[in-house]
Design a protein around this ligand. Structure first.
Ligand SMILES: Cc1cc2nc3c(=O)[nH]c(=O)nc-3n(C[C@H](O)[C@H](O)[C@H](O)COP(=O)(O)OP(=O)(O)OC[C@H]3O[C@@H](n4cnc5c(N)ncnc54)[C@H](O)[C@@H]3O)c2cc1C
Length: 374
């Protein structure tokens, strides 16, 4: 079976690796010409780590990541601690996998290393997909070339060209919230309390927060701040931000939080978009995974985790069901309800605000949860 994966992000590469490990050849088509180590994190909760462990990525993840010791909530203005949930060894005991925070570039490099270069086609921007009945799907690229495949997986993110080809043009909604992301060397902010933990500084309104946690074995600190903004006029949805703007926006925060912002040299600024859950993920022999079908707000840190879970479950379905239409039907049955629930839940910024229970999210096992039969 020839499978074309459109998009070589976290979900697309995970799907390619899971399928290759089962002996199914896959070609990945990625628009960028090379992967850059941009200043951003990835916060992998136990459900995502367990899924990647099944691909053999565990040792690399653990070697390059940090393990936040607690999940701490603090009042942004007064600094008062409102909750503290153990995270260090606790998730390992509870869910069979840790929570790991690492540089997004390190995860991408590890995934890329497991896909043979001749199967990873860089600089190939998907223009469209023919997914009509009768013949197999064909992917066309903006350089005028095209490829035929038995099955196409659209893993091309929130602005998915595959999704547009399947269901028509539609624009995600700007949520009125922007996010700032920065990575600073831990040595520069040494002395700040709680740098070994995930700390969320809750702001005066639901859109305003600062989240801080360690990356890269604790050698780097990641800062993630969100706040409301009326409109987004930039053409790109991520752009270099201004550290002066960042510091001004959070000037009312506690001095410990402000001290971290003062340490930033540069910052990325992103507009946060959402879509409503899709009623259908597949058409003919074309399907979607990850942000292409369920982009979500970052408040539950599940966007990449859900893309990874989709990839593993889709591979299992294709391995178990020789009939591709049946495989895609089972994939959607297995995945849509959970992804929809998390996508909706991510819209409000209240996940684990007070000591709560994240078991239904973190306890999921993408490799062993039985596939539905009808
Ligand atoms: C500010 C912010 C913070 C986040 N923090 C977290 C977090 O801590 N934990 C977490 O789990 N998730 C987080 N997420 C979400 C996470 O980044 C995404 O959900 C995840 O990257 C989705 O993976 P994906 O593979 O579906 O899409 P993407 O990672 O977007 O990958 C899509 C790939 O497709 C390529 N592509 C796009 N269009 C085309 C085309 N036409 N042709 C060919 N290639 C194409 C892109 O270049 C890209 O490589 C965050 C998101 C944001 C915005």
């Amino acid at each position: 079976m020839d499978i074309a994966v459109c998009g070589g992000g976290i979900g697309g590469l995970t799907a390619a690796i899971a399928l290759r490990q089962a002996g199914i050849e896959v070609d990945v088509y990625e628009q960028t010409s090379r992967f850059a180590r941009v200043g951003a994190d990835i916060n992998l909760t136990p459900n995502a780590v367990r899924a990647l462990d099944g691909l053999g990525l565990g040792p690399m993840l653990r070697a390059n990541a940090a393990r936040p010791q607690f999940r701490i909530s603090r009042d942004g203005r007064t600094g008062a601690e409102t909750s503290r949930i153990p995270m260090g060894a606790d998730p390992d005991e509870r869910y069979g996998a840790p929570q790991l925070t690492l540089h997004r570039g390190d995860l991408m490099a590890a995934l890329e290393a497991l896909v043979p270069p001749e199967r990873l086609h860089l600089g190939k921007r998907v223009a469209g997909v023919e997914c009509g009945p009768g013949s197999g799907p064909a992917v066309s690229f903006t350089d005028g070339t095209s490829v035929a495949a038995d099955l196409v997986i659209g893993a091309d993110g929130i602005h998915s060209a595959v999704r547009t080809a399947m269901f028509g043009p539609e624009h995600p909604d700007f949520t009125g919230v922007v996010a700032f992301r920065a990575v600073v060397p831990a040595a520069r902010v040494a002395g700040t309390p709680g740098l070994d933990s995930f700390t969320k500084w809750w702001g005066p309104d639901p859109d305003t927060q600062i989240v801080v946690f360690p990356l890269s074995r604790g050698e780097e600190i990641f800062i993630f701040a969100t706040c409301a903004q009326e409109e987004w006029t930039e053409e790109s949805w991520t752009s270099p931000g201004s550290v002066a703007e960042l510091r001004e926006l959070y000037r009312g925060f506690h001095p410990e939080a402000r001290g971290l912002l003062d340490a930033c040299d540069e910052v990325l600024k992103s507009a946060l978009y959402v879509r409503d859950p899709l009623p259908q993920w597949s058409r003919g022999h074309v399907t979607l995974l990850g942000d292409a079908c369920h982009p979500m707000m970052p408040f539950m840190a599940q966007g990449a985790g859900q893309a990874i879970e989709d990839a593993v479950v889709l591979a299992r379905c294709l391995i178990e069901h020789a009939d591709r239409a049946e495989a895609l039907r089972v994939y959607e049955l297995a995945r849509r309800e959970r992804a929809d629930r998390i996508q909706r839940g991510s819209r409000s910024n209240d996940w684990l605000k007070s000591a709560g229970n994240g078991d239904w999210v973190y306890g999921y096992d993408a490799w062993h949860t039985p596939l539905p039969t009808h």
